[in-house]
Ligand binder design. Structure first.
Ligand SMILES: Cc1ncc(COP(=O)(O)O)c(C=O)c1O
Length: 479
């Protein structure tokens, strides 16, 4: 297709705008096929059966309980899909003029407003495409802020607890900082003594999720804030666990300066396997000038994209953001409305119900009420019967449950991290707990059946060592 430049909003940004009414030119002859492609001849019902059969091998939240801790695999209400398919949303062109897409911009602006209210921070960028990209973006804001203050060269380290999700140290490194790890204490909080010895004039900030990946709310969060703010450092809140605290506590009130929100975890949206997702960030006034562009602004009665932020770190992705994700999350938030707090309360209640039912059969590393997820350990089963967390996970598949997250966080040996979310009914939670209790009993009576699990699945146990050492990262056509 021929692309022409227009003196339009998109054109001003140096982007080529396709003109829909131009004829599509013919393919150059040297690129055209000389003979028809060799496609297999199949009856249509056979093709349909093949793909239906493949889809049945998938396990998703739509066909079972999916208690993957830290990943918040929550139900995506069907109304979301109806809304995202509205032609005016589905057919949006990313380079359309603002006056043609007022409804879409209003939705984005509304989403920014709700995120400000939920986080307690006054400015939002919808740009980052995932939590991890939000982390990187937030840290680039740290950098821009300290460069502006003339402290960029001095502030070289970011503190991260030893329970952190792997993306945290990765983002810190990508942003050009060095990681300072801080220990977890016996109650599952950040160890304050260790922390005090590690924060100094070289510290750019803290990156932490609260509740932590142990499913525990840090009881000393105000003391932690005081340590960082006294050192002139910033606080980054990894919002992956926001499902625990919506409407109850706000990162801004806890003293955080930047937050990312995993829209695809807290505010519905199917996700997994790397996408699709949305990781907007919310920031304090001091960091607002550095936000990536564009930001959606309200102008009188209308809305527009603001590109003119002279101190902005620039763009962190191609267009304005993952619009379909915005529609689903906005619809989800509006359907809860002021009752959003109940969502988190029920998520926390469900997680504690599971914890209460399983605590005598599995090890409990930190004996406290949990938040939206609990971390148990199979180390008692390993010690007594040689059954590992991985064995428990595989056996759960025989009972038609997706395994929880295992071996994370790293500070808990044989970790089983269970996150039910708010949408699961008590009957489903009970069925899951029954299966977990049965497996703990089987560990004593029939450990070999557990070790050979899963049974009767399309794929059995994979050679995980070989998969890690010799990964096949491209599609190989079967013989
Ligand atoms: C605690 C925590 N932080 C960050 C991330 C990264 O988020 P994303 O998968 O959206 O990049 C995750 C994802 O699982 C997480 O659990």
């Amino acid at each position: 297709m021929k692309l022409i430049y227009e003196k339009s909003q998109a054109g001003r940004r140096g982007l080529a705008v396709p003109k829909p009414d131009l004829p599509v030119p013919a393919l150059p002859p040297e690129l055209a096929r000389k003979e028809p492609p060799k496609l297999p001849e199949m009856a249509e019902p056979e093709v349909m059966r093949h793909f239906t059969e493949l889809s049945r091998r998938n396990f998703g939240i739509d066909n079972g309980f999916y208690p993957l801790g830290s990943c918040t695999m929550k139900y995506n209400p069907r109304v979301n899909e109806r809304l995202v398919g509205i032609p005016g949303f589905r057919n949006l062109h990313p380079l359309a003029e603002a006056e043609q897409i007022q409804g879409a911009l209003e939705l984005e602006w509304g989403l920014q407003q709700i995120l400000q209210a939920v986080t307690g921070l006054p400015a939002v960028s919808l740009q980052p495409a995932a939590g991890s990209q939000g982390e990187l973006t937030g840290l680039l804001l740290f950098r821009a802020y300290f460069d502006d203050k003339g402290e960029g060269a001095q502030r070289t380290h970011v503190v991260i607890p030893d329970t952190a999700h792997g993306t945290n140290p990765a983002s810190v490194t990508m942003a050009g900082y060095q990681v300072t790890a801080v220990k977890t204490d016996a109650r599952g909080n950040i160890d304050l003594d260790d922390l005090r010895g590690k924060v100094n004039e070289h510290t750019a900030g803290l990156m932490v999720t609260n509740p932590s990946t142990l499913g525990l709310f840090d009881e000393n969060i105000e003391a932690i804030r005081d340590i960082f703010h006294a050192a002139g450092a910033l606080m980054y809140y990894d919002g992956a666990n926001l499902n625990a605290v919506c409407g109850i506590s706000r990162p801004g009130d806890m003293g955080f300066d930047v937050v990312h929100i995993n829209l695809h975890k807290t505010f519905s949206q199917p996700h997994g396997g790397g996408g699709p997702g949305g990781g907007p960030i919310a920031v304090r006034e001091t960091l607002a000038p550095y936000l990536p562009v564009p930001v959606v602004v309200k102008d009188g009665e209308g809305f527009r994209l603001e590109f003119d932020l002279p101190k902005s770190i620039g763009k962190v992705r191609g267009y304005s953001g993952p619009f379909g994700v915005f529609v689903r999350s906005y619809a989800f938030m509006r359907s809860w409305g002021p009752e959003l707090r109940e969502m988190s309360e029920v998520a926390v209640l469900n997680a504690n119900y599971i914890l209460a039912r399983l605590r005598d059969a599995y090890d409990l590393p930190y004996d406290r009420l949990c938040m939206h997820e609990s971390v148990l350990s199979a180390r008692n089963l390993k010690r007594d019967h040689g059954i590992t967390a991985s064995d428990v996970a595989k056996r759960l598949m025989d009972y038609d449950f997706h395994p929880p997250t295992v071996y994370f966080p790293l500070v808990v040996p044989e970790a089983l991290m269970i996150e039910p979310t708010e949408t699961e009914p008590k009957e489903r939670l009970d069925a899951f707990c029954d299966a977990m209790l049965k497996i703990a009993a089987e560990a004593g009576t029939d450990p070999d059946t557990i070790r050979a699990a899963p049974h009767g699945r399309p794929v059995g146990r994979l050679d995980e060592v070989r998969a890690a050492k010799e990964p096949v990262v491209r599609f190989v056509r079967p013989e």
